[in-house]
Design a protein around this ligand. Sequence first.
Ligand code: OFO
Length: 166
Amino acid sequence: MNDRMQQAFSDQINEELFSSYVYLAMTAHFEAMSLEGFAAWMNLQAQEELAHAKRLFDHINRRGGRVRLKAIGEPPEDFGTPLETFEKALAHEQHITGCIHKLYKVAQEEDDYPAQLELQWFVDEQVEEEENAGRVVEQLKMAGGNQVALLMLDRELGQRSPEEEE
Ligand code: OFO
């Protein structure tokens, strides 16, 4: 794995760790609102992001590269209403999709085939991540200001189970 690829993968590790931090902050935000189901959903999301970071970390190491960890940014504290929070989560995933696509392009430019194969998983994963956050945004829009519908959705999202890693 050449230097440019090691650097690009290390930068993406930072993005994934920051994602985890953002979702952890969203977990705290929902905990503070006593929306336990939304909080549990976000907490699982935070764990998934850590697993994404580790996946990139392992890829660099397996190929004899050197991981370079940098400081993780501070996430916001307040994300607004549940709808606003999930809209921010969706916007964040769209940003990450852009990062993954750029990274894939670098791997193509560098003729790094193992990296391209590894990144295929992330390309797929991003389709799912945007779909998941987008679905909740739509459901929250349907619930509107209805408190009963909001509490039912909170209960439903609390049922989310961890994703199986391949
Ligand atoms: Fe949300 O998929 Fe990684 O960042």
